[in-house]
Design a protein around this ligand. Structure first.
Ligand SMILES: Nc1ncnc2c1ncn2[C@@H]1O[C@H](COP(=O)(O)OP(=O)(O)O)[C@@H](O)[C@H]1O
Ligand SMILES: CC(=O)N[C@@H](CCC(=O)OP(=O)(O)O)C(=O)O
Length: 299
């Protein structure tokens, strides 16, 4: 069955705005790959999730090779709370013991990925959900997190992994068809052990290996802020160093900004950290002149 194009949920003003400006952007991105990191904090309301799914279907119909990587931090927090378990984060990374790892796998691959796949399919797209295990997509190894307080020592973060190798064959096969890959940030090692990966790192590494034209990291804030809370619309590597030195970056923004900078340094032409709570932000960012959030530059 071929996907149906239905714009009825988008307001008339937005439709006209997007359509009037879209042509050069469609020409630029047609046949190109765009990786989108869909943060757990950007999946707050049902209406936003529906809008995101519709945007994905529409962009795919316009010939853009969309690759979606989802997060789910707050949803994992809630699941842990239900079983009376405390969340523990260091440097924006969840300390993951064996019990937490099974919750992470269940929430990410069992719930969130399946919800996104169902919504995209509901709106006429053909989404395929994967974890790093599928098609040998993401091989991971245990992460060694340097202890910031004791130089040369490492913190025990349990089953947290870092991406060792990405084999993009399965993604390329899906993109050559009408499919939209929806990837959960879970990696595996040769012994079949699973690892909890930060979704920003996965999106960044995938964007690099797929030679993406754009990496969009959708979160719950307008972009990167300075210490005074002002939005920074454009950031270079040296400005990022200064923000770190200033203590302006904390929590989940730590891995996010590093992942974004890595992608920019690898040559991705456009890397944005942007607000996923803006309705149809994906369409606005890709199909209009508007540049949303913070653009991360390599120099
Ligand atoms: N300098 C900063 N600019 C913007 N956000 C920041 C900054 N420092 C810390 N943050 C925090 O990072 C959060 C985004 O990261 P996170 O909660 O992990 O989102 P996601 O679930 O989308 O990955 C923001 O909501 C904000 O609270
Ligand atoms: C190692 C690590 O921290 N993994 C993350 C994976 C989910 C994620 O990245 O979700 P967001 O993008 O919504 O934050 C976690 O356990 O929360």
């Amino acid at each position: 069955m071929s996907p149906k194009l239905d714009l009825s949920l988008i307001s008339n003003e937005l439709k006209t705005h997007i359509l009037a400006e879209a042509l050069p952007h469609i020409q630029r991105y047609h046949g190109k790959t765009v990786v989108v990191k869909y943060g757990g904090n950007a999946m707050t309301e049902q209406r936003l999730k529906q809008g995101f799914a519709r945007d994905a279907v529409l962009l795919k119909l316009l010939g853009i090779n969309l690759v979606l990587v989802h997060g789910g931090g707050p949803q994992i927090d809630r699941a842990l709370q239900k079983i009376g378990k405390q969340r523990v984060f260091v440097q924006g990374i969840r300390v993951t013991d064996a019990e937490t790892m099974s919750v992470v796998e269940w929430v990410l691959a069992g719930e969130i990925q399946q919800e996104i796949v169902s919504l995209i399919n509901h709106y006429g797209g053909q989404a395929v959900g994967l974890t790093g295990k599928d098609g040998g997509l993401i091989r991971a190894r245990q992460m060694l997190a340097p202890d910031q307080e004791r130089v040369g020592e490492f913190l025990d973060v349990g089953h947290v992994g870092e991406v060792e190798v990405i084999n993009p064959a399965v993604i390329k096969a899906l993109l050559s068809g009408a499919f939209i890959p929806v990837i959960s940030p879970i990696g595996f090692d040769d012994d079949g052990a699973s690892y909890n990966l930060n979704a920003d790192w996965v999106a960044s590494r995938l964007a690099t290996i797929l030679n993406a034209e754009k990496l969009l990291i959708m979160t719950n804030i307008a972009g990167v802020m300075d210490k005074q809370g002002e939005l920074l619309t454009d950031l270079s590597a040296s400005q990022i160093d200064a923000l770190f030195a200033d203590g302006a970056i904390s929590g989940g923004m730590l891995p996010k900004i590093r992942a974004a900078l890595d992608a920019a340094k690898s040559g991705i032409p456009a890397v944005h950290i942007m607000d996923g709570r803006i309705e149809h932000s994906l369409l606005l960012e890709i199909l209009t002149e508007q540049s949303l959030g913070t653009v991360i530059r390599s120099h």
